[in-house]
Structures are given as C-alpha cells and as structure tokens.
Design a protein around this ligand. Structure first.
Ligand code: GDP
Length: 303
C-alpha cells in the first residue's frame, strides 16, 4: 500500500502512456514498437536496456504470433521482470544481516542523495525487528552531517558514535566497531563521506575504512549499500558506475522514488550494472523505506 502510494507518479505516468499506446494501435507494427521505445526511455529505463527489451519483445511477438496490442501489454510486464532478474528468480534480495554476530553495513553515495535519512530509516526498521543498532558518523566532511545523524539517532532511539568534524573517518568507524562489539550490538550502520571529485581519492578512502572493519571482523562489511537519488536519472547511473569501480557495491538504495515519474531507473541499474536494488525510499518519514520487490514493482506499473 505504502509502495503503491510512493510509486504513484511513476505508475500513473507509465500506465497511462502504455494504455494510450495500446488504444492508439490496435495492430502491433514497427511504429508501435517505436512509440513504446520512447515511453520506456522517457521513464529512465536506459537506452541499452530498452533496446534489449524491444528486441526480446519483437521475438516473443513473432514466436507467439501476437497481433493484438492488448496482448503485448502482458508480454511487456513479463519481459520487464525477466530483465530485472535475469537467470536469478529470487523475489526479494534480503539484506545480509547475521543472526549470531555483529553485522556491519557501509553506506556510500554523494551528498544530498538521502544517505543520512536512509541510515535513520534503516536503523528504525532493524530496531523494529528486535535488533540492537548502533550508528557511526563516518561522514566527517559534510557540514552538519554528524549533527544530522545524531538527530536521527535520537528520533529512532539508537546510539551514535562520533568524532569531531574533519577527523579521520576510518578512526570513527574503528570506534564504532569497538562500541558495537562491547555493547553486543547486532548491526552497525556506518555513514561515509560522499566526495566524488576524484575516483582515486574515493577509492583510497573507502578501502581504508573497509580495511579497518575487516581487521576487526574478517567477513565484514556485510553490505556496502550505494544510495542513489531516483530523481537524478542518468546521473544516478553514472554515480553507480563510479562507485562500483571504486569499491564492491553489494546493493543499492534508491531514494526519492516518490518524487519522480521515472522509476524505470531501477531496471537500468540492475540490467546494466548487475547490482540489485535492495531498498527504495518512498518519502521523508522514518517508515518510508521499503524492501524492493521487482515483481510488485513491475506489476505495479501496470496496475
Ligand atoms: P545525504 O546528504 O545523502 O545524507 O542526504 P540527506 O539524508 O540529508 O537527504 C537529503 C534530502 O532528501 C533531505 O531533505 C531528505 O529529507 C530527503 N530525502 C531522503 N530520502 C527521501 C525519500 O525517499 N523521499 C523524499 N521525498 N525525500 C527524501
């Protein structure tokens, strides 16, 4: 329900365009596919993914000898789901959180995408599941980032480990791990700085933070979640490329999906970078973080 609400813009725009297309073309021809291509690209599905989808659709239409545009609509949703999952038919990609030991989750992403907000929402979610959560204020560079995380810590009722602004992020994360261990926490959520002027810098900083964590817990970090702003479209795609070259990104949190009609970016990210979208942000409230489910997402588009 929350999901439907948050996706209302993408859903409304996409389904009305598709319905309009189906109404305009009774028969499926080359022009139909061209118009469909335009609709998908305008929904930020991404050119490469759209081309792949159109090719597969054409083949399927031929194979099943489909003439009726209404029928093609059904095939479109099937193919979108296939594109998302590839060979892997996992319905939902679970967050890698251990039952019996401390799990460490790193959040990366550029300023303004909603990283701090996402950490706050995630802390709330995990706490609701009965987990003891601690936050580490590793973004020591952005003005106000530490204070903002503290506000979330108070709101959600979890401890925040911090140093002064400008200090070494790796030292904060180290202290976070120590605190989480000594307090027997289940999950440590680590904020990081979102500087992207220089890929080598970013790479060095992230690997230093990861080394500090690995030294304490060899199998950590359990997740490196890249936070992307859905409203930035192809910019989000290029950030995903840069970050995945700088570090091993295990999943994506796509924020502000409530503020865009271009939710198709989800499909492009998965298909072109092969990184699963694990969560979506659907608003500014503490409860507005949802586990991503591609079935619900795609079928929601046509609902
Ligand atoms: P950071 O710089 O990456 O830490 O970004 P912030 O967490 O400070 O978020 C930037 C702005 O985006 C804030 O005003 C947030 O309230 C807002 N924001 C974050 N996530 C969402 C979301 O899913 N939906 C909406 N509508 N706004 C969001």
């Amino acid at each position: 329900e929350k999901y439907k609400e948050g996706m209302a813009k993408t859903r409304g725009s996409f389904s009305s365009k598709i319905n309009d297309l189906v109404a305009r073309y009774r028969k499926v021809d080359e022009d139909f596919f061209e118009d469909l291509e335009e609709i998908l690209i305008s929904s930020d599905v991404g050119v490469a993914t759209v081309m792949e989808l159109i090719d597969e659709l054409k083949m399927e239409v031929k194979r099943q000898n489909i003439k009726d545009s209404q029928k093609v609509k059904e095939v479109i949703s099937e193919k979108l789901v296939e594109i998302y999952y590839g060979d892997d038919d996992e319905a939902v990609e679970e967050l890698n959180v251990q039952e019996d030991q401390l799990s460490v989750i790193l959040f990366v992403g550029v300023n303004g995408v909603g990283k701090t907000t996402t950490i706050g929402k995630m802390a709330h979610k995990l706490k609701e599941e009965g987990k003891k959560v601690i936050l580490a204020a590793g973004d020591t560079f952005r003005a106000g980032a530490i204070e903002q995380l503290e506000v979330w810590g108070e709101r959600v009722g979890v401890e925040v480990i911090k140093h002064n602004a400008g200090s070494d992020p790796a030292a904060v994360i180290y202290d976070g791990v120590q605190a989480a261990k000594s307090r027997k926490a289940d999950v440590l959520l680590c904020d990081t700085a979102g500087r992207l002027q220089n890929k080598v810098n970013l790479m060095n900083e992230l690997s230093k933070v990861k080394r500090v964590i690995e030294r304490e817990i060899p199998e950590a970090p359990h997740e490196v979640l890249l936070v992307l702003d859905a409203t930035t479209g192809q910019n989000a795609m290029s950030q995903a490329k840069t970050f995945s070259e700088a570090t091993d990104v295990s999943g994506i949190v796509l924020t502000k999906l409530d503020g865009t009609a271009k939710g198709g970016i989800v499909l492009a990210i998965r298909n072109e970078l092969n990184i699963p979208v694990k969560f979506v942000g659907l608003g500014e409230k503490v409860t507005d973080l949802q586990q991503f489910d591609a079935h619900a997402f795609v079928y929601g588009l046509f609902a």
